[in-house]
Design a protein around this ligand. Structure first.
Ligand code: Z5A
Length: 208
């Protein structure tokens, strides 16, 4: 059996990743593939515990380096015990966020050095990269309106300027990495999902 494909979903907060993950899973499964859906930070019991540490609102300030290392600690566990075994077994993996989020949030948002992120990426992933990344793009104001009613976690409490830097970092990465496809997620959900189906149909036919 051949290696499965690795699809990741990215965006700033509240762009509709969770809403659209199911559609992506159904399209891939409908083409006859066995699919694993997962998320970062998280995706294994240990990595989910690290997620709780990362998202908790706390009085103690979290150093940017601590945040970065915790992201990669969770990822190391997730890659080793979920993502790589599934891909090697021929399953397709659809993951809500992956390392592009680290370049966008810890790199763009927090201002950490991309070279440091790249070094950790090499250690943890040993060359593993998504085959397709879908970046759902919405203005920071629209996304914030969509999640206004929720209790906000430690990241969601950041200021607009932080999310603008994150979005810019994503768009710059998309311009430099052809695997990252930008989808306008500011339009009606039906339209977003129509565009996602089209994109996935093309990817599935290229992958068969
Ligand atoms: N993080 C990081 O810093 N570094 C890393 O390396 C990684 C992550 C991997 C948790 O991620 C935090 O971790 C994240 C970045 C950081 N923090 N932030 N911000 P997360 O993915 O769990 O958190 P999130 O981005 O906040 O996800 P979310 O809140 O679940 O948002 P979403 O999944 O993108 O949106 P949604 O829940 O699907 O949709 C939001 C609402 O909009 C909902 O009511 C929908 O019904 C509605 N919606 C969706 N689409 C539409 C359209 N088209 N029109 C109108 N309304 C819509």
């Amino acid at each position: 059996m051949g290696q499965g494909k690795f699809i990741t979903l990215e965006g700033t907060e509240g762009v509709g990743k969770t809403t659209n993950l199911e559609l992506i899973r159904d399209e891939v499964a409908g083409a006859g593939h066995s699919v694993v859906t997962t998320r970062e930070p998280g995706g294994t019991p240990l990595a989910e515990e690290i997620r709780e540490l990362l998202l908790a609102v706390r009085e103690e300030p979290v150093s940017e380096t601590t945040e970065l290392l915790l992201m990669f600690a969770a990822r190391a566990q997730h890659v080793a015990t979920v993502i790589r075994p599934a891909l090697e077994a021929g399953q397709w993996v659809v993951c809500d966020r992956f390392t592009d989020a680290t370049y966008a949030y810890q790199g763009g948002g927090r201002g950490l050095d991309a070279e440091v992120i790249h070094t950790l990426e090499n250690i943890v992933q040993c060359g593993l990269q998504p085959d397709l990344t879908i970046f759902l793009d919405v203005s920071v104001e629209t996304a914030a309106r969509r999640i206004a009613e929720r209790n906000h976690d430690r990241f969601e409490r950041e200021q607009v300027a932080f999310f603008e830097r994150v979005r810019t970092a994503y768009l710059e990465r998309a311009a430099n990495h052809p695997r990252i496809r930008v989808v306008d997620a500011s339009v009606e959900l039906d339209q977003v999902q129509g565009n996602l189906r089209e994109l996935l149909a093309q990817f599935l036919s290229e992958s068969s």
